[in-house]
Design a protein around this ligand. Structure first.
Ligand code: 3H9
Length: 698
């Protein structure tokens, strides 16, 4: 008898409970239990109706993703759902929490659905590189229509219960106790002798693809644009199309072939890895559940420039009152104007209403007086990247901030240990590194210094959640985890231009690989002067044996600071954002190469990709080796949410595992030989390559 599926008689209703914490995933035991219990109820003459309900926090949130790497064992979820069609007693799904993926398919297999108003419904399978493979692509369109189904299936975003009710996915919204509500609904079904609804009807197809050409094309376009390079949304659309042109049984037969192909694809494996890696990133060794994050009732941000402004918006978006501190009223005014414009753009895009904008802006107060920081629970310094300035700010904060306040710096590379050392409360100091634009990018790198307390770190991670971001922890090191691991990619792109590749060629290779933008176009967008200033300030630490990016300096010396100057690695038409290849850059590169004895040659795309990615992998490996990142998968999550690295490739470290670490090492050694010290292979990489290990697989 199944331990995870219970059976109880309530009057003449069989109550079948699913109890498989934490999310009642439809693991083998649950599937076996469901089949058994439903059959028992069907055969029991005492039973008139069957109610399916999840115990704990949710109705099943889907198939058990961990089982996807194992051979499938019957009963398959599809067999259960199809079996429900033949049962003559009404089966009612009573839904709370999240009915997602296989959970929603199970609900669709039931004859009626009731839910709490707080429940959410969705088919997130495409995000795992698959599609709703237990007849969701066939049954959902029969219940809610094609357009709405494709929206759910292709985008993978959930809808709330009220929308689900409006769509006809739910028969009744239940206030109060769910089971009581379901029993009362069942009474109505029986008393009124309501006909059992099977969502596989009509059994013959539901139309011809020609009738739906426009809507199908709409979702093909959305999939190609929003999920560029990802196969699963297109597979999902094909499966839905099968359901239009074939009878139900044939369409699910086709799905049975399509599903394993998707599940076993490299993309699906990478997406499943990403799912678990994201959850793993939130776990901080040594910071257990007993550590309570501090409550943030009021925030403050020092600096209302590009970064500061974005961070202020994060607080306001999360409904947390926040104080903006600046050194001049002009700076405050400009900052607030930019925030207002950003919100206005969100209104124009239909993301928020005028009232929401007003509410959010009303949460931001401003001041020129540092003393006003005294009641903030968390203060984020987002001033200019100047170590002395930051130290000065933190020694003031040491005097002013209330006891127990978390003091954070948004520096993207500086030594936060030095900043913490100027205070007498080093345990309360952390880094909170936001990515540009801060209110949009989902990553928040929480930097632990050598003295950050577990509470301070837990508060940083909690803040990430409140900001609807993904938190990941990094140790102190130049550029921490994300920027440090990305810097070698930028470096190699710069060198490749000196050696003969064009910025357009390099960027095209990286875009074709799946990056949202080419790295040199990104540099132009951020401003080439930022890293130029950093190189100059760190010139005294430079290792003379390491190759230096002469071209990057030369472009800046010529005032080619990137997009804002109209010129950088590309040129830009006035006020335009589109990078236009600029022959002058080649001339400059030629000259720089000549002056520095760099041999120019034709460079193939494969070398560009290997140089850019493996330089980052090698650095990532050193970051793990030094304990700056807890795990290689944290690096991958930072790349996904901080730099838009394609999730379906997992991340740079996962990608290296897919290629095979000994092949990656061979290539790095080759580059080491040709290009010298910067390519010194990581000891960890060597060790893993030699032992047949991997960065990301346990
Ligand atoms: C599917 O259904 C395919 C079918 O169409 C066809 C089949 C033939 N499996 O996220 P949380 C774990 S595909 C296994 O931190 P929250 C998770 O790893 C599936 N484990 O909680 C974590 O473990 P740990 C379609 C799962 O409250 C713990 O549960 N469904 C699964 O922030 C808590 O998770 C989905 O894609 C799973 N399905 O969010 C839904 N789900 O504690 C995926 C979760 O060891 N799940 N875990 O780190 C979610 O989106 C969120 O977990 C959910 C809760 C919204 C449910």
């Amino acid at each position: 008898m199944s331990e995870v599926v219970g059976f109880e008689l309530r009057g003449r209703n069989a109550i079948i409970t699913i109890d498989n914490p934490p999310v009642n995933a439809l693991s083998l035991g649950v599937r076996q239990g469901l089949m058994e219990r439903v059959d028992r109820a069907a055969m029991d003459s005492e039973v008139l109706a069957i109610i399916l309900i999840g115990l704990g926090r949710t109705f099943p949130a889907g198939a058990d993703i961990r089982e996807f790497d194992k051979p499938v064992e019957e009963p398959h979820l599809l067999s259960i759902i199809d079996h429900f069609d033949s049962i003559k007693k009404p089966i009612i799904a009573a839904i709370h929490g999240t009915a997602l993926g296989g959970g929603l398919e199970l609900a669709l297999g039931c004859h009626f659905r009731v839910s709490l108003p707080t429940a959410r419904f969705g088919t997130p399978e495409v995000k795992l590189g698959i599609f709703p493979g237990a007849a969701g692509t066939q049954r959902l369109p029969r219940v809610i229509g094609l357009d709405r189904s494709l929206e759910l299936i292709v985008l993978g975003e959930p809808i709330d219960a009220r929308t689900a009710f409006e769509y006809g996915l739910i028969d009744k919204l239940v206030e109060g106790d769910l089971l009581e509500g379901a029993i009362s609904f069942t009474r109505k079904v029986l008393n009124e002798n309501l006909a059992i609804q099977t969502s596989s009807e009509p059994r013959e197809g539901i139309g011809s693809p020609e009738d739906f050409q426009e809507v199908i094309q709409k979702y093909r376009d959305i999939a190609s644009k929003k999920m560029r390079g990802q196969e699963s949304p297109h597979e999902a659309i094909e499966s839905v199309i099968d359901g239009l042109k074939m009878p139900y049984d044939q369409a699910v037969k086709a799905d049975r072939k399509r599903f394993p192909r998707c599940k076993d694809s490299i993309q699906s494996r990478a997406l499943r890895y990403s799912f678990f890696a994201e959850r793993e990133a939130s776990k901080i060794p040594g910071v257990g559940k007993e550590i309570t994050p501090r409550e943030i009732k009021k925030g403050a941000v020092i600096g209302a420039g590009t970064m500061g402004g974005g961070i202020l918006m994060c607080f306001a978006d999360a409904g947390i009152p926040v104080l903006a501190i600046e050194s001049s009223s002009e700076a405050l005014e400009t900052g607030m104007e930019t925030i207002s414009k950003n919100y206005q753009r969100m209104i124009e895009r239909g993301r928020i209403t005028e009232t929401e904008k007003a509410n959010r802006i009303s949460l931001i107060s401003t001041s020129l007086n540092f003393n006003d920081l005294s009641d903030a629970d968390l203060i984020i310094e987002a001033a200019f990247e100047d170590l002395e300035l930051k130290k000065e700010i933190f020694s003031k904060l040491n005097e002013i901030a209330k006891s127990g306040a978390i003091l954070a710096t948004n520096t993207s590379y500086m030594d936060i240990n030095q900043i913490a050392a100027v205070t007498q409360r080093a345990e309360d100091i952390i880094g909170l590194h936001f990515f540009v634009p801060a209110n949009v990018m989902k990553m928040l790198e929480v930097v632990r210094t050598s003295s950050s307390s577990p509470e301070a770190l837990a508060t940083g991670m909690q803040l990430a959640k409140q900001f609807k971001k993904v938190g990941g922890v990094a140790g102190v090191s130049h550029g921490f985890v994300a920027n440090r691991s990305r810097a070698p990619l930028v470096r190699e792109a710069q060198f490749l231009v000196e050696e003969g590749a064009s910025p357009a060629q390099i960027d095209a290779v990286l875009r074709d690989f799946g990056l949202p933008m080419g790295v040199l176009a990104v540099s132009d967008m951020s401003g080439l002067d930022v890293s130029w200033r950093m190189r100059k300030s760190l010139a005294h630490l430079r290792d003379s044996e390491e190759r230096y990016p002469h071209l990057a300096d030369r472009l800046c010396e010529m005032g080619r600071f990137g997009r804002k100057a109209g010129y950088g690695y590309y040129s830009y038409s006035e006020g335009g954002n589109l990078p236009i290849p600029d022959p002058e850059v080649e001339e400059i590169a030629l000259k720089v190469a000549e002056e520095n004895g760099i041999e120019r040659r034709k460079i193939n795309d494969a070398e560009i990709l290997d140089r850019c990615l493996y330089a980052a992998v090698n650095e990532g490996s050193k970051i793990v080796e030094e304990g700056i990142a807890y795990r290689a998968s944290d690096i991958d999550i930072m790349w996904q949410y901080g730099f838009g690295f394609p999730r379906w490739r997992g991340g740079i470290m996962y990608h290296a595992d897919v290629i095979g670490l000994s092949e990656v090492l061979d290539r790095i050694e080759e580059f080491h030989e040709i290009h010298g010290k910067l390519w010194q292979p990581s000891a960890l990489l060597k060790e893993l390559a030699q032992s047949g290990g991997s960065f990301t697989q346990k």
